[in-house]
Design a protein around this ligand. Sequence first.
Ligand SMILES: NC(=O)c1ccc[n+]([C@@H]2O[C@H](COP(=O)([O-])OP(=O)(O)OC[C@H]3O[C@@H](n4cnc5c(N)ncnc54)[C@H](O)[C@@H]3O)[C@@H](O)[C@H]2O)c1
Length: 262
Amino acid sequence: MHINTSRFAGKTAVVTGAASGIGAAIALRLISEGARVAGIDVAEDALKEMATQHDGAFFAAPADVTKESEVAAAVAAAAAEFGGIDIAFNVAGASRVGPIVDLDEADWDFTIDLVQKGVFLCTKHEARHIKEHGRGGAIVNVASLNAHIPMPYGSPYSTGKAGVEMFSKVAAVELSSSGIRVNSVLPGLVDTPLVAPVMAYEPARDMFLSRIPIARAATPEEIAGPCLYLASDDASYVTGTSLVVDGGWEVSNYPDLTTLGS
Ligand SMILES: NC(=O)c1ccc[n+]([C@@H]2O[C@H](COP(=O)([O-])OP(=O)(O)OC[C@H]3O[C@@H](n4cnc5c(N)ncnc54)[C@H](O)[C@@H]3O)[C@@H](O)[C@H]2O)c1
């Protein structure tokens, strides 16, 4: 997709999970629309490569989003580099799976720390910096359709993502007096390294696709577009909501009685 607008000209953004998949697509789309982007990720080499490719427009701020001292330092470095932060996208995520009766405490903690606490810590420090310049801004948190649709063996992921959706609503109410809008995006199946094992195993992929009316996975760019909309001036009256971007998956769970004939 060729995008050529200056919608975000002069804006500065923080994107977590910027080294891969949806986060990388958001970062690249922002740059193509005029923003300067600070990418936060644990994948330091990939961030440095992006900084080399987009000299001046991309700032590498390596950090683990589950560690407050690292998040605080990375967001402060981004604000210092750009002279402030206008918008932020909290995207970093992964999960460990297993049946509830066998799931280790460490696997529960890993997933909840990453998908839920990470979004809290990043929102906290991003909002502090956005508040500083007094011009307001926007934060977009990437949750998952699993906030609405339970994933068997994915109890910490589904629970954590439901928490991200509610956290974003609380943050929207708390931060509205500072002119900061907060929304979440709930993607369905997106073709990224995170779901490569599913996409590579045909029987599993076909089971997913049979539930999706659009009958394919989204590209990362198809999630980046709705995320950028929520951060743009077109969404100036949108806060505290969540946008499901799932090819119709959530609304497709009704028997197709027309196949019975008359
Ligand atoms: N791919 C999908 O089908 C799908 C569906 C719904 C929601 N999501 C969500 O979208 C987000 C992005 O996923 P993706 O599919 O692009 O995956 P991805 O694996 O391509 O990218 C995730 C990025 O997060 C980074 N990361 C992981 N742990 C981190 C940490 N502790 N600190 C900083 N960075 C860390 C990784 O290094 C990676 O660059 C995740 O929150 C995921 O849960 C993905």
